[in-house]
Design a protein around this ligand. Structure first.
Ligand code: PEP
Length: 260
């Protein structure tokens, strides 16, 4: 069954120590108490070392958000210095994980094969996974973005056991729009949302939510969700301030009645 609830995920990247992370989590909690999100599902992805503290505060203060890791290793355990496994995350109260963020792909050599393995490890463990895809500027300039994204989706999702399809969300994040202040316009987003959904139907995931990510902020969120037809957002910079994060959530809430 299609989950049409909007989804907003804050990717805190390598920002905020555990004290700052708890503070931001609490600020989000206070704002949500004053103005609850009626429809939008909310997830935050703090750095590994903050996960336990943020999960605890979310639990003890009953803040209606879930906690994601930004990455996970596909192996169960063993000689993987610096890495963490799905079971370690789950023990901390983490329920979501980002897989194949463009920064992992570009800076830490995460290729399509590793993305596919990681995605499988995540969903087999019971975590919900956000598969991140998106093209670089050169690819878009050559007009090859559809083929690029199709390849990324198919290489990660082809052959995935149907038992796990409900655990998958896709985030389309054009690399040229991440952290640059450049945003894909609503028309570009809409075209890519349609393309991604078409490809997802070919791998038996017609109902997966498709998020947009790339310099989303309080000012552009409403048009990207209403005209761009995104099912929500993966947000970097603007998720580091409770007010701007909540404004994005509010924009999704307000657009809930628009069906794709
Ligand atoms: C991201 O890191 O996934 C992202 C979209 O970042 P920003 O919102 O800062 O562009």
């Amino acid at each position: 069954m299609a989950n049409l609830k909007p989804l907003v995920i804050g990717n805190w990247k390598m920002n905020l120590d555990f004290v700052e992370a708890v503070h931001l989590g609490q600020q989000i909690g206070v704002l949500l108490k004053n103005r609850p999100s009626e429809h939008t599902e909310i997830v935050v992805a703090p750095p590994f070392v903050d996960l336990r503290s943020v999960a605890s505060i979310v639990d003890s203060e009953r803040i209606p958000i879930a906690v994601a890791a930004q990455h996970v290793n596909a192996h169960e355990n063993g000689a993987h210095t610096g890495e963490v496994s799905t079971s370690m995350l789950k023990r901390l109260g983490v329920t979501w994980v980002l897989v194949g963020h463009s920064e992992r792909r570009a800076l830490y050599a995460m290729d399509d094969a590793v993305v596919a393995l990681t995605l499988r490890a995540a969903v087999r463990s019971g975590l919900k996974a956000v598969l991140c895809v998106g093209e670089a500027l050169e690819v878009r300039e050559d007009g090859d973005q559809d083929e690029w994204v199709r390849h990324q989706l198919r290489s990660a999702l082809d052959g995935l056991d149907e038992r796990f399809t409900e655990q998958i969300t896709v985030a389309y994040e054009p690399i040229w729009a991440i952290g640059t202040g450049l945003t894909a316009d609503a028309e570009q987003v809409r075209a890519m949302m349609t393309h991604v959904r078409t490809v997802l139907a070919t791998v038996k995931l017609p109902d997966a939510r498709v998020l947009y990510g790339g310099s989303v902020n309080a000012d552009n969120a409403a048009s990207l969700v209403a005209e761009g037809r995104a099912d929500g957002f993966l947000v970097g910079g603007a998720s580091l301030k409770a007010e701007s994060f909540l404004a994005i959530i509010q924009a999704c809430d307000d657009c809930y009645d628009l069906k794709r």
